[in-house]
Write a protein that binds this ligand. Structure first.
Ligand code: CMP
Length: 140
């Protein structure tokens, strides 16, 4: 089924000038960018986005990292978009990510792991709405 998922190109990948190469992987896999913006997240924005991780030991570092530089936030649309994006990204820890995945190719550590992608239809709906108003999404 056609789905939408939220993708974030994180500060490490933006700093590496890898925005285009990462978006090219989405497009080559048949996902369409239907919304996109570059943003330097505030602490409140990052904390709210990652609220489900609030009690985890890595939360403070995660928020610090995600506010360390600009990110590119996108809505990707396509058949099976949520799982497809997660396949393209590879495992959360780049050291465990399969060869040829975005995290294997662009990231070294679990904290600075190049990309975020929604992990379920429920989180996709929440995460897309967290960053985009309905009228900022441009179906094609
Ligand atoms: P992301 O998919 O953006 O969701 C939460 C992020 O927390 C995750 O990617 C990692 O970059 C980061 N993180 C740091 N340590 C861990 C950990 N032990 N388990 C899961 N995520 C972690």
């Amino acid at each position: 089924a056609t789905e939408r998922t939220l993708s974030i190109i994180k500060p490490d990948a933006v700093a590496k000038n890898a925005i285009g190469e990462i978006i090219a992987r989405f497009e080559k896999a048949g996902l369409q960018v239907v919304a996109a913006k570059m943003q330097h997240l505030s602490q409140e924005q990052a904390e709210g986005f990652y609220a489900e991780h609030k009690e985890r030991p890595f939360f403070k570092d995660l928020v610090g990292f995600m506010t360390s530089g600009p990110v590119v936030v996108q809505v990707l649309e396509g058949d099976n978009a949520i799982a497809k994006n997660r396949e393209l990204m590879g495992a959360t820890n780049p050291k465990e990510a399969a060869p040829g995945t975005i995290r294997a190719d662009f990231a070294e550590t679990i904290d600075a792991n190049a990309v975020h992608g929604s992990d379920s239809p429920e989180s996709a709906q929440r995460e897309v709405a967290y960053f985009f108003h309905a009228d900022e999404i441009c179906p094609r």
